[in-house]
Design a protein around this ligand. Structure first.
Ligand SMILES: Cc1cc2nc3c(=O)[nH]c(=O)nc-3n(C[C@H](O)[C@H](O)[C@H](O)COP(=O)(O)OP(=O)(O)OC[C@H]3O[C@@H](n4cnc5c(N)ncnc54)[C@H](O)[C@@H]3O)c2cc1C
Length: 383
């Protein structure tokens, strides 16, 4: 058993941990990242080729300052890596005028001056004939939105950090962590890692850490499904990304990037998972019934046929806002968790925030609404 010493240790190198590792190395400190699975693996919350990025933020308008910074940092990461990570395809959002998505968007647009268009379902139908818009829907277009190449981005965060001197331990499980008077200690089967500060980005596995401090994290099993077009395949490549609240389900989709075809996933629902290590990976017919209905109703002209599925996990907080904060019992431990199915677009700004917190104990990003002690996370909160 060897002992290694660093300024900062990062536990978990998925979506958020890989970004934290990169931003810490940019500050010139010594960093060690620990990941139990492979680089950009498909067992957590950050796989499936793409993630939508948008400023049309119906969840909460307070995310906008973070999003603006994330947009800048995504382009910086593309410059640093020489890779295309962000495709600005635009995004269609469609729902009933009183649906949570449309109501949330209208709140966001009333509080922030953002480029967008609102059109009727009839106008949207003329403009985007490949989609079938329910006639009573209101449609918004976010021209700045698009999608990110998720595994490629994680690989770039880790590789650039490694090139800048970060120690990266892949396929190494953090078996325990703790803090003593001298700092923090993370133990793996091979070594003891000592650091001044620990940043924990354990994704769905953060539920154990949060349980200890009475913060509930619900893990949901989510199935991503790809559909190959039997007709109009060339048009499937150039669609905008899309988000539809159908009343009977809320769905997001990304155009065909390869021969797997168009990707669709249901945003709501999903089976609750007690132990992320035991999530059911096998996919049955029932799992894809709603996306098949969505594909048939909204994209009828492509004659879509299921080509691939992949199981992923959402880590949900009670109010569906993230947690980015200092651990209440350890002043040199920070936790970023509960990204509630909409976190990846923020990865670089969360990474930058965690680097600032780990090194200065404070951040200039407005993350008060993501604190652990907010009322919605307290045990007696009314949901
Ligand atoms: C189907 C689906 C669609 C989504 N769509 C979007 C979208 O369109 N736009 C968007 O912005 N977001 C989206 N999200 C959400 C987004 O992908 C997640 O919020 C984000 O990727 C979560 O990153 P994370 O770092 O918290 O978790 P993860 O990426 O899972 O990272 C956690 C890491 O910690 C590691 N780990 C845990 N415990 C240990 C340990 N003891 N030792 C070592 N390593 C450990 C794990 O192996 C893992 O690599 C989607 C999520 C899913 C599942």
């Amino acid at each position: 058993m060897t002992t290694e010493q660093y300024d900062v240790a990062v536990l978990g190198l998925g979506g958020m941990g890989s970004a934290a590792l990169y931003h810490l190395t940019k500050q010139g400190v010594s960093v060690c990242g620990i990941e139990r699975f492979g680089m950009a693996h498909d067992l957590g919350s950050s796989h499936g080729t793409t993630r939508i990025i948008r400023k049309a933020y119906f969840e909460h308008p307070d995310y906008l300052p973070l999003l603006n910074r994330a947009y800048t940092l995504w382009r910086d990461l593309e410059d640093a890596s020489g890779q295309t990570l962000f495709e600005q395809s635009g995004l269609i959002l469609s729902g009933l005028p009183d649906s949570p998505v449309i109501q949330g968007l209208e709140r966001c647009y009333s509080e922030h001056d953002l480029p967008h268009e609102q059109v009727s379902a009839t106008d949207a139908q003329q403009r985007y004939p490949d989609f079938q818009f329910p006639i009573d829907h209101t449609v918004y277009i976010d021209p700045e939105a698009g999608y990110l190449h998720v595994e490629r981005s994680i690989e770039q965060h880790i590789t650039l950090a490694q090139n800048a001197g970060a120690r990266v331990l892949i396929h190494e499980d953090a078996l325990s962590w703790g803090a003593d008077g001298d700092g923090v200690i993370v133990k793996t089967a091979h070594r003891e890692i000592r650091a001044n500060t620990l940043v924990i980005c354990a994704g769905p596995w953060a539920h154990e850490i949060l349980d200890e401090i009475n913060i509930p994290l619900t893990i949901r099993r989510k199935v991503q499904t790809w559909f190959r077009p039997n007709a109009n395949a060339d048009r499937a490549e150039s669609l905008p990304a899309f988000f539809f609240d159908m009343g009977w389900g809320t769905f997001h989709g990304v155009p065909a990037l390869n021969d797997l075809g168009i990707k669709l996933a249901e945003h709501g629902g999903g089976e609750e998972v007690d132990d992320p290590d035991e999530v059911r990976r096998k996919v049955y017919k029932d799992d894809t019934a709603s996306v098949e209905r969505m594909a048939a109703e909204v994209l009828p002209g492509f004659d879509l046929e299921e080509s691939h599925v992949s199981v992923c996990m959402y880590a949900m907080t009670p109010d569906e806002n993230f947690i980015v904060d200092r651990h209440p019992n350890h002043e040199n431990v920070y936790v970023a968790a509960g990204f509630s199915g909409h976190g990846y677009k923020f990865a670089p700004v969360i990474g930058e925030t965690l680097a600032q917190l780990a090194l200065n104990g404070a951040t200039d990003h407005p993350i008060e609404f993501l604190r652990l002690d907010r009322p919605a996370l307290q045990p007696n909160a009314i949901s």
